[in-house]
Design a protein around this ligand. Sequence first.
Ligand SMILES: [Zn+2]
Length: 498
Amino acid sequence: MECIMRLTLILVGLAFLAFVPESLTAQGALDATAIQAARAVADAGDKVDPNQFVQTLIRRFGPRLTGSNSEHQSAAWALDEMRRAGLSDVHTETWTLHRGWKRLHAAAHLTKPYETKLEVASYGWSGSTHGGVSGEVVLVDGNATLTKEAVRNWRGKIVLVAPISKDGIRGVADAPVLASWAEKAGAVAVIDGITRPGGMLHTGPIGFPGRESSVPILDMPEMQRHQLEYLVKQGAQPRVSLDIANRFTEGPISAENIVGEIVGALHPEQVVLLGAHLDSWDLSPGATDDGTGVAAVLAAARAIHASGVLPDRTIRFVLFTGEEQGLLGSQAYVEQHRAELSNFVCALVMDWGAGPITRFPLAGHPEMEGPLKNLFQADEALKSIDTSSGFLTFTDGFAFTLAGLPGIGLLQDSPDYDRDAHSTEDSLGAVNAPALQFNTRVLASSAIWLADVRQRPGSAFTQAENEQALLPVRSALEMLGVWPYERSSSPTPASPTH
Ligand SMILES: [Zn+2]
């Protein structure tokens, strides 16, 4: 997910206890063997070409919107690749999507005070104008709390949201509220006020998790939005003609997570999970969101199998779908596996663009730091990877975090992430092949190490423990309405139903 939805909540807390090297105990000797295994797997990772996976995925299937034909076809390909990588029990696990959505077309022209073409793109699961319509543009302050009075003049109008400077999460939380007011007030369309770099069109979900809107919710390049805002403020009463067509498909529809594993030789019931999401948005093929994550997971599977090293614990590889609509596939996976969750050591998920992995934010699980540091300090190539507290929310790892597990969304050095993700430009040119190779090494060696280290890493928190661990992100989750426990009395945005 991108800039608004993929807000990191990186909260650096107090440093955890410093790492103390293992003494030369029997356990230490066994872990030394595990380190050797990790090194062998890492070296095997260097011989696998992860770039071939992303090239094939993007060229053959293009955009992979959840529930679309191309997403289903790419799932069949991913199953094949998992089998070719030597994984066992390769299968799909289905979950249900309320209904699908398809982008048809979007045209926009300024017709007053002068004529010029505008660029717009619909947000996912938003509606249509049902033919060409024209309306005056009205400006709404993105920071304002909406009331019946405030939306009184929206009927037949195109609502332009002035750039939102407020807290990004509040902006996400308010998006469905804004859409709902627009529907109720009879607005023609909403032009969103989220600012992204690069001047390109972006798409995304309406809120988190994504909601539907019968009114088109539109993105527009920043310069054009500023121009409209200027004209409104000058009293020019600008008019825009729109022809926006999208189609909701019949629902519910079946979507699938793709699963394969290498069964642990000693503790087959214990699981180290590596994940990424197969689905993408549909303005471009999602080469780095999350094609490169998919490629790294498949390449790590191939590397571990090719190394001949058998893990003590099971390593499970999962390619989720529905991530872009609000972690739907991973949340479904967690629900479907609730009975065995206490056996999950951790979930490592790659979904932060093209760059090299720089950090394992511990997702409220400081007990993961020691084991991870042991590995990173033993491999010169991985020495600079940081392990400190923090959460990468809004990607599939967080579904596991919410369930009390170390669901670690890996942070990557991807400076162009906010520009490229969900945009028209997330295609093969955005792929960083050397970083992808490095990330394969990191994923493969981390997985085998966490599967082999003598003392089981990771804890499955009780509800009370997890509430405590999630405190740094509690207010944000409550604002979005996704806090998994009893709510506090923090204010929620007003909506027309209130
Ligand atoms: Zn993503």
